[in-house]
Design a protein around this ligand. Structure first.
Ligand SMILES: NC(=O)c1ccc[n+]([C@@H]2O[C@H](COP(=O)([O-])OP(=O)(O)OC[C@H]3O[C@@H](n4cnc5c(N)ncnc54)[C@H](O)[C@@H]3O)[C@@H](O)[C@H]2O)c1
Length: 423
């Protein structure tokens, strides 16, 4: 642990990114203020409850018991920080970056900024945000000068909810600063939290690193989705192809077709990059455009395939009972933001299906009034004209499904059998 480990750290935003950072910072000895404008989340944390899957209630209770974790919705608690970390949302509004959350976070940090303190942005965003957007706000609000009076850096989050191998601590963290002194402090902080840190030349390189990683994933998922649809037309088992291709020890990395991308990253981050290309350079990111088009079309492809599957069984979609398994955008997560389940359920409803849904992780969903939430029982599986696996949470009783459901469309390729179809 470095000298800074006794420092007071405020984490702006206690969501999927901010809460794990808070927990780890408490664990290694920092005094942590976890600030969020969502009072329900803060009340839960104060009661030792967690709102995200990767952090348990007992984890929060343990952090509270150290006396070094203060969950709060009160701005007054932000005073006197040594390090502030901003982990607020970066959504799109009308296809363009919505910077209002980062702006609000920067204003809060600026209002409590002291000489010698450090501000770190973690939210995923376009290159140039830290030095071109956050820095001027901090300077304007605080009256201080970056580099001379305070330090500033960017460190993208790589958290992968549900990934038990590559957790927060084990995943190398990219760090950067607007100058050498900022980088040194930012790196020292994260060296306390994670096993390996990787420094970039500047904040723009770190910002683009995150967008490269997510755009790479987005584009490759689109590639396999497109090939999967066409391979089916050619009568080729594309999963067999991927299995064979991944035996190549170099130059190939497996990606798998699926019902579409979701969450706070893939459907959004690449558009931050293409927006910046267009705004600054007048160029178009063809890759991002095509990947968006293909991945956005996958929910409709799933609906089309289920309709064809029912047709083969002499059933119209209209009036058929369709049991959707999983709403979350990825397995073992309760995160339903931008989930492809939305497009699939809306598509099924539009064609007149009686949609029944089972998800063991996601509680409330905005389409709840148009579909029926059910427990997964043999009776439910037997009575479904089609079962659609959208999210394959590990705690799903797949044996129950395969032994009772007459027809399963498995968009995750989790199951095999006579009555099971894949993308
Ligand atoms: N979820 C992921 O897997 C993931 C992974 C890597 C990077 N990211 C990036 O991290 C950032 C945060 O994502 P997230 O998934 O944690 O979002 P989230 O919605 O789970 O959490 C953000 C939190 O910030 C709070 N907030 C909003 N405005 C605030 C303000 N002015 N002051 C204090 N709190 C405020 C919200 O109430 C919310 O609790 C985004 O830029 C995202 O792209 C997310």
């Amino acid at each position: 642990m470095t000298e800074t480990a006794k420092s007071r750290v405020v984490i702006i935003g206690q969501g999927y990114v901010g809460l794990p950072v808070s927990m780890r910072a408490v664990e290694v000895g920092y005094d942590v203020v976890g600030f969020d404008v969502d009072k329900r989340k803060i009340d839960g944390l104060k009661n030792g409850e967690s709102h995200i899957d990767d952090i348990t209630g007992p984890d929060v209770a343990e952090a509270l018991a150290t006396g070094r974790f203060l969950p709060t919705a009160s701005q007054a608690d932000l005073h006197g920080y040594d390090i502030a970390v901003i982990t607020v949302p970066t959504p799109l509004r009308d296809g363009a970056p919505d910077m209002s959350y980062i702006e609000a976070g920067a204003r809060l940090c600026g209002a409590h900024l002291r000489t010698g303190a450090t501000v770190i942005l973690e939210s995923t965003t376009y290159p140039g945000t830290t030095d071109g957007f956050v820095q001027p706000i901090l300077e304007e609000v605080s009256g201080l000068t970056a580099g001379r009076d305070f330090k500033l850096g960017f460190s993208p989050e790589r958290i992968d909810p549900g990934n038990e191998v590559w957790n927060f601590q084990r995943t190398p963290k990219v760090v950067s600063g607007i100058d050498a002194a900022s980088l040194e402090t930012v790196q020292a902080f994260y060296d306390d939290l994670v096993d390996v840190t990787v420094a970039t030349k500047g904040t723009r390189e770190a910002e683009l690193t995150k967008l490269l990683e997510n755009t790479f994933r987005h584009v490759n998922i689109a590639l396999v989705n497109e090939i999967a649809i066409n391979a089916r037309g050619l009568g080729i088992d594309f999963w067999d192809v991927i299995d064979a291709a991944k035996s190549k020890p170099f130059g190939f990395m497996p990606f798998y077709p699926g019902p579409g991308v979701g969450g706070h990253c893939l459907p959004i981050d690449p558009s931050y990059l293409s927006w910046q290309f267009e705004r600054e350079l007048g160029t178009v990111s063809r890759f991002v455009k095509i990947a968006n088009q293909i991945n956005d079309g996958m929910p409709a492809e799933v609906v089309r395939r289920v309709m064809l599957g029912l047709n083969e069984r002499s059933k119209p979609m209209n009036g058929s009972r369709v049991l959707v398994i999983g709403i979350a955008y990825k397995k073992n997560s309760n995160d339903a933001r931008e989930t492809p389940a939305t497009g699939i359920i809306e598509g099924l409803l539009k064609l007149g299906a009686d949609v029944r849904v089972h998800d063991s992780h996601v509680d409330g969903f905005f389409l709840d009034d148009q579909m029926t939430r059910v427990d997964l029982t043999a009776e439910e599986a037997k009575s479904a004209d089609a079962v659609v696996i959208v999210t394959d949470h590990d705690d799903t009783d797949f044996d129950l499904l395969t032994s009772n459901a007459p027809y399963i469309f498995d968009a995750r390729h989790r199951l095999d059998g006579a009555n099971i179809e894949h993308l």
